[in-house]
Design a protein around this ligand. Structure first.
Ligand SMILES: Nc1nc2c(ncn2[C@@H]2O[C@H](COP(=O)(O)OP(=O)(O)OP(=O)(O)O)[C@@H](O)[C@H]2O)c(=O)[nH]1
Length: 225
């Protein structure tokens, strides 16, 4: 893309309530506006029951993008001023494939501990669906979506450590009942794949999706450090 056509005014919108996703993007030089979607994920999960895991998380990300684009183009997202004219909307959905089934957030300490007793010493796959939409002059003009999978090698830890980790509350509201970059890091032996995707948003995949919708990620890097 020649410099003359490069847009330096593109507003980035992160369509997510995830503080971790926002932190990954900010640490990577973006200053996104946050517009949270109101998608009924459980209803969509029911509709998608039986579909391949990568398709499920990608469809969820696309549904979140639909809701956020509608809010931005419908003037219901004042915090994303300018995005309708020249913007990109990025949404994600993460789930853990373990023991042959997809798991989201455990929501309770008991559920988190039960999950950990099953997954300790095993390998799971954290799969994150991504969707990027390009907005220009009040329209959504391009879209690109895909998923990223990262293998997670869970430590074979004791019942007591599992109970104490669950009691911290950290694993309750994260996909798969673990974090890589928090207390959960003490219970992860390693990963094979993209670490940012595990935390919630894959930087290399978003770079490729941005290219597909005509945006050079380097044009989005904030001068602020
Ligand atoms: N910090 C951290 N968060 C993680 C990790 N793994 C998963 N998560 C978080 O777990 C959540 C997965 O749930 P999702 O339904 O994809 O996203 P959400 O938090 O509900 O937010 P929305 O994007 O608004 O749906 C996200 O917030 C991820 O950032 C990790 O290793 N570290």
């Amino acid at each position: 893309m020649s410099p003359a056509h490069r847009s330096t005014a593109t507003t980035v919108v992160l369509g997510s309530a995830s503080p971790a996703r926002l932190r990954v993007l900010r640490d990577a030089g973006l200053r996104p506006a946050v517009v949270v979607s109101d998608v009924d994920e459980d209803a969509l999960l029911d509709e998608l029951a039986g579909a391949p895991p990568a398709q499920i998380v990608t469809r969820l990300a696309e549904a979140k993008a639909d809701a956020v684009v509608a809010a931005v183009l419908g003037d219901r997202a004042p915090q994303a001023a300018g995005a309708a004219t020249d913007g990109v909307v990025v949404t994600c959905d993460s789930m853990l494939l373990t023991g042959g089934s997809l798991a989201g957030k455990p929501h309770t300490a008991a559920a988190a501990a039960e999950r950990w007793r099953r997954m300790r010493g095993t390998t799971g796959h954290l799969i994150t669906g991504h969707c990027v939409r390009r907005l220009r002059d009040g329209e959504a003009v391009a879209s690109a979506s895909h998923s990223q999978s990262t293998a997670i090698f869970f430590s074979d830890v004791s019942d007591e450590l599992i109970e104490r980790y669950a009691a911290t509350g950290e694993p309750l509201e994260v996909a798969g009942a673990f974090t890589l970059d928090g207390i959960g890091g003490w219970l992860i032996d390693g990963i094979d794949g993209d670490p940012s995707s595990v935390i919630g948003i894959s930087l290399p995949l978003v770079r490729r999706l941005l290219t597909q919708v005509g945006v050079d990620v380097a044009d989005l890097w904030s001068a602020e450090r």
